[in-house]
Design a protein around this ligand. Structure first.
Ligand SMILES: [Zn+2]
Length: 133
């Protein structure tokens, strides 16, 4: 089975289609799973996503590093979301990062804007959790 990732240019839905062979893919007319539009863009993932519903909570640190190194913001966002999405103690910043990544914002950009905020305490009104014992 070959998995092909697409993004619908009409409704921006991302989805994966599976074909038995390259020939089957070649002969098929892929359609959006959401709106049935055929106006699609191929999404090339550098990481090999074994299943569309990847369980990041079961990943080891090497796998996670691989996701980070892929530079795929949405994939990292999904990982963040699955690992800490239901943990309110991780704080608003964590959830902000997750949401920004899920929107496809550039990872470097998100990181830089957070660093700038850390360097300037006046622009960071959210109280930081105590790290000292
Ligand atoms: Zn669509």
């Amino acid at each position: 089975m070959h998995a092909y990732d697409f993004r619908c240019k009409n409704c921006q839905t991302e989805f994966t289609l599976h074909y038995k062979s390259f020939k089957a893919y070649d002969e098929a007319t892929p359609q959006c799973s959401n709106c049935q539009s055929a106006d699609l863009a191929r999404v090339i993932n550098r990481i090999n996503v074994a299943s569309p519903s990847r369980d990041y909570s079961k990943m080891d640190s090497n796998d996670m590093l691989g996701v980070f190194e892929s530079g795929d913001s949405r994939e990292v966002g999904k990982m963040f979301d699955q690992i800490g999405g239901t943990s309110p103690e991780l704080g608003a910043q964590y959830h902000e990062i997750t949401q920004r990544l899920l929107k496809g914002e550039n990872m470097d950009k998100v990181e830089k804007s957070l660093q700038q905020r850390e360097n300037d305490p006046k622009s960071n009104p959210v109280a930081k959790p105590k790290t000292d014992p």
